[in-house]
Design a protein around this ligand. Structure first.
Ligand code: 5U1
Length: 673
């Protein structure tokens, strides 16, 4: 029988290996349950024999008592900062300076690394054990955050492998992933706590907790990118191989690091990572290029606290500071009133931004945005710019809170905000020109009727000149009316009239979507069309209960549809479009009213995963045989088709005594001639 000490050793080494696979390689080696078993066994043995507990044991990540303050730490090798480049010219100048100094005409090998937007830390290992962790501070003196860093699971408490220097100080960036940040803010909202502004702030706040137990609850991570102090041991002769060594010893290195050649190699890497930036699960603010050869690095040395052999190529900032000149209330196609901050134009996320949405009055209240405020604006990727927060210290005295206007800024009608809704609306409907413009733009848009040549400016003119008062007027436009409009030459007029005429032969789902019924998006329109066999009269006649049988139509959507079709003006419009103007659509064969099909009169619900076909294919097969597909089960449902890992519908079917078909039985059923 092996001794407790041996078993403890064995368990620790297994757990360290699993931690390495999970936290460093992102490639778990055992299921969580197995990991938990090992950990529980280790805790049990250590509790029985407390004299065997060591500081590097995986059970000892969290400290006992909160600290009063952080101790100061002197960095023996200063933690430097980086110079920046913002353009190709500046990158070329950086490369030229290096070549000139090295008296070297050949292309330089650079190690290119994403620059994490986190906090720089130093990790000191002695004889492979983590003995100290510190913040960068001013580069010479930082704060001792050892207890906190020990709680970060991707930081090994003990290095593993060959030729580890006796003293090794590793440098890296501690950060919180986008997913981790979302989780933290979900939690904060749930427990009515203050939300974090961005992942960097969340990481900074988490790392500077005096009570390491709190840090341990935060999803902090690390990527290591360099070394400081090294004693009694050798490191690779180039940076790229040195990072490989760190990885072999158990430290986490960003997997996107690459060795590139010359300026072109750097530029290509920059472009590639910039493309991926939004999709990465961590925030980066640029690329760091480092001369790869250590010998060259030593020769190049430093200037004003930054290495000559490295630089940061910054991405366009995603957050910037500017002022709110005005708050405007815009009216959407369904009358929604959206407050928009009109900004002092600012270059952010690669474009000049002068508007930022404030979404609704609740959002204005939460962020307390006021006219004249200094605000932080964020524009990431193609996302609509938004106000992150107000810089309250810069608020001038006397600025007043924003109030929801009582009247629509476009038509003067009343604005109402139902008690249970966040959105306020102008009640005028199509009497409001802004809503008419929005409705016509939506109807003509690519995903709806796709009427080429009917752009926003033209729509504005058609509504303002009252040439179009409802959608059917579009089809009454003629050459004379159109040629009097701005920028409408003969050719444009003819092309537009042709496009309008062409739209009469419609795709039913796109037409339905184009009507602009509240809550009816493209997918819902498709589902309705499919469920009601391309029959508009059936949709118009359906009540809320029937509508809720359509996949993905819930009570709110059903209510909106009934509301829309019960309005006399909408009924008139549909009649006018379909009967007078002649809008029509083709009914695909599989949806033609197949009343002779073997499944005619029967309704089926689907649950779980089918192995021989997708859920959509199964639904198609049912409809092709004249059957109907419903999203929820009632006692009137003919049968439930249950695939693998069937959900709650199966229980409901059993409760209501609705027959359940296996996949095999279902396939046999739809294959009957
Ligand atoms: N990836 C990476 N980030 N970063 C930050 N490498 C890197 N190197 C740095 C800093 C401040 O400094 C060394 C080049 C000294």
């Amino acid at each position: 029988m092996i001794s407790d000490a041996k078993r403890i050793d064995n368990l620790r080494s297994q757990i360290r290996k699993h931690d390495y696979s999970y936290y460093v390689l992102d490639d778990p080696s055992v299921p969580d349950a197995e990991y938990d078993r090992l950990m529980r066994e280790l805790i049990k043995l250590e509790t029985q024999s407390s004299q065997l507990i060591t500081h590097d044991s995986p059970t000892q990540r969290v400290a006992g008592f909160p600290l009063d303050s952080f101790k100061q730490v002197n960095h023996v090798v200063p933690m430097l900062s980086l110079s920046n480049v913002f353009s190709l010219e500046e990158l070329e100048a950086f490369d030229k300076r290096i070549k000139d100094r090295l008296n070297n005409d050949e292309k330089i090998d650079y190690n290119a690394e994403p620059k994490l937007d986190g906090l720089a830390v130093s990790l000191l290992y002695e004889d492979g054990l983590l003995v100290q962790a510190a913040t960068r501070g001013d580069g010479n003196t930082g704060e001792d955050i050892t207890e906190n860093v020990r709680t970060i699971r991707s930081v090994p408490l003990k290095l593993d492998g060959k030729k580890i220097p006796k003293k090794l100080e590793v440098r890296g960036e501690v950060f919180i992933s986008k997913k981790g940040f979302a989780y933290m803010n979900d939690y904060a909202r749930k427990y009515d706590q203050k939300e974090f502004v961005n992942p960097r702030n969340a990481a900074a706040g988490s790392l500077r907790q005096l009570d390491a137990k709190l840090t341990a609850q935060r999803p902090l991570e690390i990527f290591c990118y360099g070394v400081g102090l090294v004693e009694d041991g050798g490191l690779a002769e180039n940076h790229n191989d040195m990072l490989k060594q760190l990885k072999e010893w158990g430290l986490r290195v960003c997997p996107l690091v690459e060795l590139v050649k010359g300026v072109q190699g750097c530029w290509d890497f920059y472009e590639k990572i910039l493309q991926q930036r939004e999709r990465l699960d961590y925030e980066i603010d640029g690329i760091v290029y480092k001369v790869n050869l250590k010998r060259y690095q030593d020769e190049l040395g430093f200037v004003s606290r930054a290495p000559r052999w490295a630089t940061a190529h910054k991405f366009p900032a995603e957050e910037e500071i500017t002022t709110v000149n005005e708050i405007e209330f815009q009216v959407g196609r369904t009358g929604t009133i959206t407050p928009v901050a009109k900004l002092e134009p600012i270059f952010v996320g690669g474009v000049t931004v002068s508007n930022a949405t404030l979404h609704n009055m609740d959002e204005i209240g939460r962020k307390d945005v006021r006219c004249g405020d200094t605000v932080i604006i964020r524009r990431a990727g193609d996302v609509i710019p938004e106000v992150v927060k107000v810089v309250l210290e810069r608020r001038h005295k006397g600025v007043r809170k924003i109030k929801l206007p009582k009247q629509c800024p476009e038509c003067g009608s009343e604005i109402v905000r139902p008690k249970d809704e966040v959105v306020a609306r102008c009640i005028a409907g199509f009497l409001c020109p802004a809503q008419r413009k929005g409705a016509l733009k939506h109807y003509a848009s690519r995903n709806a009727m796709d009427i080429e040549g009917l752009g926003d400016k033209l729509v504005d003119q058609l509504i303002e000149k009252q040439l179009v008062n409802d959608l059917s007027d579009l089809y009454r436009l003629d050459e004379e009316a159109l040629s009097n409009l701005e920028r409408m030459g003969k050719k444009s007029v003819q092309n537009l009239l042709q496009a309008i005429e062409k739209s009469k032969q419609a795709n039913f789902a796109k037409f339905l979507f184009g009507l602009g019924i509240r809550e009816v998006g493209e997918a819902t329109a498709l589902a309705l069309v499919d469920y009601f066999d391309y029959d508009l009269n059936k949709i118009m006649a359906a009540d809320e209960d029937v509508l809720q049988q359509v996949p993905d139509v819930g009570p709110i959507v059903a209510k909106r549809i009934v509301e829309y079709f019960s309005h006399p003006s909408n009924k008139r419009l549909i009649h006018s479009l379909c009967s007078e103007i002649g809008i029509h659509w083709v009914v695909p064969k599989s949806n033609a009213n197949n009343s002779n099909g073997v499944l005619s009169g029967n309704t089926y619900a689907l649950t779980g995963t089918l192995t021989s076909m997708t859920r959509d294919q199964a639904a198609q097969a049912i409809r092709a045989k004249g059957g109907k597909v419903v999203s929820s089960i009632s006692k009137n449902t003919t049968a439930l088709v249950a695939g693998e890992t069937a959900g709650s519908k199966l229980q409901k079917a059993e409760k209501l005594a609705v027959p359940v078909l296996s996949e095999q039985e279902f396939v046999a059923l739809v294959n009957v001639e």
